[in-house]
Design a protein around this ligand. Structure first.
Ligand SMILES: C[S@@+](CC[C@H](N)C(=O)[O-])C[C@H]1O[C@@H](n2cnc3c(N)ncnc32)[C@H](O)[C@@H]1O
Length: 280
């Protein structure tokens, strides 16, 4: 159905709300809905996350890092990084099997061809069923079921978060703010994990970067813009265009053409630990 004919429920940010499909026992509905909208940010993010893991290895010597995916949902970023597949292959692989069959199939595929056997993947999400699927299927080695927007992690959750060497996210900033990212960054108490967040242009990363700077991070905006997905409806598009234009962001040739766009923010510990920000 063309986006112009569809009605969508918008969340408080003006984006279409997909809350109902994050809570299913397996990813079928999530992937079906996302593929209708050509959701592609995890695939576009994949080479950047691969590069980040390599750069982190080169800089720290850590060959077997722990990667934490915030707002990981059904473990899509871990699945794409660990398997030689793109979004379309991944989505097409979820057919009419039962959830148990899908879990067993995913475990088998991973056992046959894990591209990153030395990397430990953790996922954090507010959705219990999505996390359970990602862990049962073997995409994630550990999970944190939490909403850290309004509460500190439990001691057990903090210890798991503290083991992260790298933190990644797609489609999550906006749902989470500096409140969550600071709790994650502080979890260790000494080590600051490297971070790479793909953030829709309608959300400002500056307040988060400013908070991270107080902990000793330097944030860079990577070159380029990345298609996230098509707008779900005309209402969503006009709301997002208004938000962007009110923030002085030129949407010509980008959101005005029917796609939501994200940018990549890289936050790494500043070598000098000075409070310096490339972004400002
Ligand atoms: C748009 S989905 C993105 C999922 C996945 N990263 C991807 O790109 O396909 C947003 C995810 O953020 C999760 N989420 C929303 N609010 C959250 C919060 N406060 N803390 C952690 N996760 C949250 C949702 O449950 C959902 O799985």
């Amino acid at each position: 159905m063309p986006a112009s004919l569809r009605t969508t429920v918008l969340d408080t940010t003006g984006k279409a709300s997909f809350d109902d499909i994050y809570e299913r026992p397996d990813p079928r509905e999530y992937y079906a809905r996302m593929s209708e909208l050509d959701y592609r940010i995890p695939e576009l993010a994949k080479p950047h996350f691969q590069q980040l893991i390599e750069d982190h290895h080169a800089a720290t010597g850590i060959a077997a890092p722990t990667v934490l995916d915030i707002g990981c949902s059904y473990g899509v970023n871990a699945a794409l990084l660990r398997l030689d597949v793109g979004m379309k292959d991944l989505v097409a692989s979820y057919g009419t099997q039962s959830t148990a069959e899908l879990v067993a199939r995913d475990r088998e595929v991973l056992a046959e061809g894990d591209l990153l056997p030395n990397v430990r993947f953790l996922g954090m999400d507010a959705s219990g069923p999505a996390l359970k699927y990602a862990q049962d299927a073997g995409f994630l080695h550990g999970i944190v079921h939490a909403d850290l927007e309004s509460a500190d992690p439990t001691e057990e959750q903090r210890a798991l978060l503290a083991s992260a060497d790298l933190v990644i996210s797609t489609g999550c900033v906006g749902y989470v703010t500096d409140a969550t990212l600071l709790r994650v960054a502080r979890a260790h108490g000494g080590k600051l994990p490297w971070m790479a967040h793909f953030v829709l242009r309608m959300f400002s990363f500056e307040p988060i970067a400013a908070q991270l700077a107080t902990l000793g991070y330097r944030t860079e905006l990577a070159p380029g813009v990345f298609q996230q997905r098509r707008f779900a409806s005309d209402d969503e598009q006009s709301g997002v265009l208004n938000t962007l234009e009110a923030n002085g962001i030129d949407t010509e040739g980008l959101e005005s053409d029917g796609w939501l766009y994200a940018q990549l923010y890289l936050s790494r510990p500043s070598p000098t630990l000075s409070i310096e920000q490339d972004m400002h």
